[in-house]
Design a protein around this ligand. Structure first.
Ligand SMILES: Nc1ncnc2c1ncn2[C@@H]1O[C@H](COP(=O)(O)OP(=O)(O)OP(=O)(O)O)[C@@H](O)[C@H]1O
Ligand SMILES: [Mg+2]
Length: 337
């Protein structure tokens, strides 16, 4: 297959995430970035939309439509819908019928069980992949940002996704210590919604919670308080209303989740063999994943760990870029399908 021109290439890398699915096609680069959401009719089970179109229905869909996020906390929670979603995404970027078998490298969370791995494997296979290779998010992310992972030098990579936060120390091509907590950007949103409901008896939708997080959310108190007015439902008056929020209260809401992430990073560092700690201090912590974009999160982690923290150039793309790099050395990976 190595000599096949790119337009016949049937080698793809997939970052099957809780929040977003990305696909890299060999020779073409990243060709798909879509939210991991499927809209179905509740009565017939018919699929109405997959990806962005389904996402746009969030909070607006009539009762007969269910919006399903088939990946939860980094693992397959609805097998059939994951398969349908993957098949749809793959068909958008590769011809469905071809003489060339489809090879797929799929990244998975660090913390998955054998059964959870099987589910990803089987979903990819049933979605059309003839050969499937699984790779851990951290290894893919590290390759995606060009860390020298094969060398005798340790690096620590922290990926904060939609449903998982993973820290891994990598050296000589392998992971020497790791920790994963099943919380990420989606739990930040839930915490914001829950707080607003409890404190103000006010209901905001999922998209509003995401907007609050992105616009005024932060892992530390910002020097000056920022404010944001949001719309939602006043549960006391049972009427639509507006609410003014400030950045400090949102930072307080997120602080417990941020502390859990910090704790898991510290644990990973503690579990690292002493001879490698110096490399980590010198190289610093590098962050990937969309959740890493939470304002001041790198600063909060640096403050607690006393290690410098930097953000990858394109945190949302790092993992899929890494799966893409692996397409050139598939013979080194184990075909699991
Ligand atoms: N500017 C931002 N500020 C804060 N959070 C952000 C920002 N941009 C994206 N996010 C969050 O990043 C998360 C998605 O990141 P990513 O695509 O890396 O997750 P994923 O790979 O789908 O999830 P996982 O790896 O946990 O399975 C979402 O929760 C989203 O709200
Ligand atoms: Mg991810």
């Amino acid at each position: 297959m190595a000599s096949v021109p790119w337009f016949f290439s049937r080698k793809i890398g997939i970052d099957l995430g809780t929040a977003n699915t990305l696909i890299y096609v060999k020779g073409r680069g990243i060709v798909l970035k879509e939210p991991s959401v499927v809209a179905i009719r509740k009565d017939t089970g018919r699929v109405l939309a997959v990806g962005t179109k389904a996402q746009q229905m969030t909070g607006r869909a009539p009762d007969y439509i269910a919006l399903i996020r088939p990946m939860q906390d980094g693992v397959v929670s609805n097998f059939n819908i994951t398969k349908v979603m993957l098949r749809e995404f793959i068909s958008r970027v590769c011809p469905v019928r071809s003489l060339f078998p489809l090879h797929a490298v799929v990244s998975v969370s660090l913390d998955v069980t054998e059964i959870e791995k099987r589910a990803v494997l089987e979903a990819a296979r049933q979605a059309g992949a003839k050969a499937v290779y699984l790779v851990e998010n951290s290894i893919a992310g590290a390759m995606g940002i060009n860390l020298p992972i094969e060398e005798n030098e340790a690096n620590i990579i922290v990926d904060i996704g939609g449903g998982t936060s993973e820290a891994a120390v990598i050296t000589l091509g392998g992971i020497v210590s790791k920790n994963c907590v099943r919380l990420g950007g989606e739990q930040f949103n839930s915490a914001i919604r829950h707080y607003i409901r409890k404190k103000y008896s006010f209901l905001v939708g999922e998209r509003t919670a995401e907007e609050i997080k992105i616009k005024i959310g932060s892992a530390l108190h910002t020097a000056s308080k920022q404010q944001l007015e949001v719309r939602g439902t006043d549960l006391v008056r049972r009427m639509p209303g507006r609410l003014l929020l400030d950045s400090w209260e949102i930072a307080d809401v997120l602080s417990e989740l941020v502390a859990s992430i910090v704790k898991s990073i510290k644990k990973t560092i503690e579990d690292t063999p002493a001879e490698l700690i110096n490399d980590i201090i010198v190289n610093g912590i590098i962050m990937t994943g969309g959740g890493a974009l939470l304002k001041d999160l790198p600063q909060a982690i640096a403050k607690e760990t006393k290690i410098a923290v930097s953000l990858a150039e394109n945190p949302l793309d790092s993992v899929v870029l890494g799966t893409g790099k692996m397409l050139s050395s598939l013979d080194l990976l184990k075909n699991l399908a």
